[in-house]
Ligand binder design. Structure first.
Ligand SMILES: NC(=O)c1ccc[n+]([C@@H]2O[C@H](COP(=O)([O-])OP(=O)(O)OC[C@H]3O[C@@H](n4cnc5c(N)ncnc54)[C@H](O)[C@@H]3O)[C@@H](O)[C@H]2O)c1
Length: 275
């Protein structure tokens, strides 16, 4: 993070899996702990320890130090309305609100935090916890260029950031990359189960399935080749992979159909959560 873009004060509301992962990224990237407060009725022991080590304030009286320059919301979407009354002192017309709440729209956030003008909706994913996240972000019209830069810097501390100019696309981002790591972990589970069905011992099948996804991901990360080319590089004409892919990628009810339905269901659920 460059000093010109660091917030002077950042309040993190909800320091669970995603909020905690982002906080670790900001601290590792040089945001001083003294600039940060977390607001969470039940921070984990690990989070409390990290905050103590880095000088992050835990549950100070909201607004005791005035409104925050940046307020990051990382509570469950269903908690927004219940949490909002206590957060009002943290928000002024100068505050940049960054929300990672699935489905909650700018309109929902404006209703919950009426003083807020600048609102960024961001959808990170869990690999943010190791700096390998993928985040989609949208800034409302009230967000200044400098505030967008600050949001970009904060989000980039946990990996790739892609901005979209149409808010509705954030729900599609949620379906693809927000939820996406779970699809990949489900693939590891399914591959291991298929290995057992093919005769492998359970632990051996899981070790092979897990390292296959780790290795394929690392190859994707290190290679400039398109995924389709990497796939073709595994596939000998008339060989075993071609036989497997003929099933996996079959025209009807194959992986493309299944993944399309999967992403559509997650996107649909994000829309429902705005309600
Ligand atoms: N987990 C993911 O992979 C992921 C990815 C992208 C976005 N998100 C979004 O991140 C948000 C948090 O998800 P999570 O998986 O980290 O959940 P989580 O349950 O791990 O964290 C939520 C935290 O909020 C705290 N909390 C509850 N009520 C509160 C209140 N009134 N004020 C302050 N804190 C309160 C809880 O104690 C908990 O620590 C969700 O809105 C989700 O849509 C999660």
């Amino acid at each position: 993070m460059t000093d010109t873009r660091l917030p002077r004060s950042l309040a993190l509301v909800g320091a669970g899996k995603m909020g905690g992962a982002m906080l670790e990224g900001w601290l590792a990237a040089g945001l001083p702990g003294a600039a940060v407060s977390i607001h969470d009725p039940q921070p984990s022991e690990a989070m409390a320890r990290l905050c103590a080590e880095k000088g992050v304030a835990v549950n100070p009286q909201p607004g005791a130090a005035g409104s925050a320059e940046v307020l990051v919301l990382a509570i469950k979407p269903q908690m927004l309305d219940a949490a909002a009354p206590a957060l009002q002192p943290l928000v002024s017309g100068e505050t940049l609100v960054v929300s990672v709440l699935a489905g909650k729209t700018v309109a929902n956030l404006e209703a919950a935090l009426p003083a807020a003008r600048a609102i960024v909706r961001a959808m990170p994913n869990l690999p943010a916890s190791i700096g390998a996240g993928a985040t989609g972000a949208y800034a409302n019209a009230g967000t200044s260029a400098e505030q967008r830069e600050i949001a970009d810097t904060l989000l980039r501390a946990s990996g790739l950031v892609e901005w979209v100019e149409d808010e509705a696309l954030i729900d599609a981002v949620t379906g693809v990359s927000g939820s996406g790591p779970a699809y990949v972990f489900a693939l590891v589970e399914a591959l291991a189960q298929a290995g057992v069905a093919a005769g492998l011992a359970e632990d051996l099948a899981m070790r092979l399935a897990r390292q296959t996804v780790v290795g394929a991901g690392a190859l994707l990360a290190q290679s400039d080749l398109p995924a389709a080319t990497l796939r073709a590089n595994v596939t000998s004409p008339g060989g075993t992979t071609a036989a497997g892919l003929a099933v996996l990628q079959r025209a009807e009810n194959g992986l493309p159909d299944l993944v399309r339905e999967t992403v559509a269901a997650a996107k649909r659920r994000a829309g429902e959560l705005s309600g």
